[in-house]
Design a protein around this ligand. Structure first.
Ligand code: SDX
Length: 431
């Protein structure tokens, strides 16, 4: 915890209260209100946590005004261009970029945990074929706590480490098998001679009837998409994982809770909703109609892939994703992709409109990702599962940081109660 070198003074009904303040290494100062209720008898009020720091952390920093995203201090654009996903996983988990030997050992540990307990296939087969893959992932990841009992005791550092590696390693297998079950094709087992992204692509798109050759353009694009989605400070799904883990729940249950939260269209589900929106717009001449709806106070409609709680500038991940979309579609020989055309013209039209510029609404990570994923052959229903595969390392890193915090307390917010005060029961004949 940072040292408190200054304080804030709160005056309630003429009584002054001194609240310590902490200055971070980067970002806003925080006011420590942990003793506020005991001292004043008052709660703070912050639905949606727009002004609340829920924890201290050393993993990821976002400067929303600059549009800056750092993982352990390294900017996302450098990691996306110079690093690769498993190296970023190591950085998020252990705090430093690995040496060659450390990276080789880490990659071997992940590679050797990619298979699922064979009996877990039964869970997939219990779902309807048309089940959304996110429903399958919530179920199967939660069920892992029933199969990997030797890595559920969070008080044991060795078990925490094994659970972390198992989750990072098995998520691509679970997501790929959810897809295979959805399309009625046989499960494809992971291969130890393939890198993380290539293994995932092969498990999704290979069929037993023929050899599958990984396209290096696609595996590089897949790896970069994983890197761009790896972690993002205290977003809704990460906060869900932290809250679940504060009760001592096992890591598989906590990650299943994070997957469930990510599914929402306001969060990780936006990549699927955004591509569906771009397809509904269809042609650039319909853009004004959709922008008008997004601006209409009486219409709850929003532009998917636009806006962000923290970024009040371009989401740096969206910038990299936009460059990648151009590259991948060009390398795949996809010319004049109509959806990409609509996306670029929609972005330009929205950013030129005072409604969006005044509210500092910019494209976020979900605006271009779906265009690349569709060009790679994924159905829209697989977009959020891919986000979940990537974000598992972020959830796990934040989970490890929290449960090793000696100050850990169960998360238990209070409320502003506006309901009925005490009243007596009325018998039905008197109602
Ligand atoms: C992710 O938190 C993270 O870090 C998340 C994430 C991660 O990596 O974990 O970055 C991933 O979830 C990205 C966001 C994906 N969601 C979408 O693209 C869905 C569309 N975006 C919005 O629903 C919205 O922008 C949110 C949910 C992302 C942020 O909402 P906030 O911070 O609660 O902002 P708000 O709803 O209070 O909006 C502020 C104003 C409102 O207008 P007023 O009431 O002030 O007049 O901006 C408007 C909103 O109506 N607004 C939009 C808009 N987003 C906000 N208007 C039109 N279209 C939009 N997309």
């Amino acid at each position: 915890m940072a040292d408190s070198k200054k304080s804030a003074t709160l005056n309630i009904d003429g009584t002054e209260y001194e609240l310590p303040m902490f200055t971070p290494t980067a970002g806003p100062d925080v006011i420590d209100i942990r003793k506020l209720y005991a001292q004043t008898g008052a709660f703070t009020y912050d639905p949606g946590f727009t002004s609340t720091a829920s924890c201290d952390s050393t993993i990821t920093f976002i400067d929303g005004d600059k549009g800056e995203l750092l993982h352990r201090g390294y900017p996302i654009d450098q990691l996306a261009s110079k690093s690769h996903f498993l190296e970023v996983c190591y950085l998020l988990l252990y705090g430093e970029l690995p040496t060659g030997a450390q990276l080789e050992d880490f990659e071997n540990r992940v590679t050797n945990h990619t298979m699922l307990h064979e009996q877990m296939q039964n869970f997939f087969r219990g779902f309807r074929r048309d089940a959304h893959p996110m429903a399958v992932m919530v179920g199967v990841v939660g069920a892992m706590s029933a199969f990997y009992h030797d890595s559920t005791d969070i008080s044991d550092p060795w078990q925490r480490e094994v659970a972390s590696i198992r989750l990072i390693a098995k998520m691509p297998t679970i997501a790929a098998w959810a897809y295979k079950y959805h399309v009625g094709q046989p499960f494809i087992y992971p291969r130890n001679d393939l890198d993380y992204a290539s293994n995932f692509l092969r498990m999704c798109f290979a069929v037993p009837a023929e050899e599958y050759v990984v396209n290096p353009i696609l595996s590089r694009a897949m790896d970069r998409i994983f890197t761009l989605h790896a972690d993002h400070e205290q977003n809704a799904s990460t906060s869900t994982v932290r809250l679940a883990s504060s009760s001592g729940a096992n890591p598989f249950a906590c990650i299943a809770a994070g997957i469930a939260c990510l599914w929402g269209p306001a969060h990780g589900g936006a990549n699927q909703a955004c591509l569906e929106m771009l397809k509904e717009i269809g042609t650039p001449d319909r853009i004004p109609e959709f922008i008008a709806r997004a601006k209409d106070k009486n219409d709850p409609y929003r532009l998917m892939g636009f806006g962000h709680r923290v970024y009040k500038n371009f989401d740096p991940r969206a910038k990299v994703m936009k460059q990648s979309a151009d590259e991948v579609l060009d390398l795949l020989g996809v010319e004049n992709n109509p959806v990409l055309q609509v996306a670029k013209e929609l972005e330009a039209a929205a950013l030129a409109d005072p409604y969006f510029s005044d509210k500092k609404l910019f494209p976020n990570v979900d605006f271009y990702s779906g265009i690349i994923l569709e060009a790679m052959g994924f159905p829209t229903s697989m977009f959020t599962p891919i986000f979940a595969v990537a974000r598992t390392v972020g959830w796990i890193s934040q989970w490890k940081e929290q449960i090793s915090d000696p100050q850990l307390k169960i998360g238990r917010p209070r409320q502003l109660y506006l309901g009925n005060t005490l009243r007596d029961y009325t018998d039905i004949e008197n109602r």
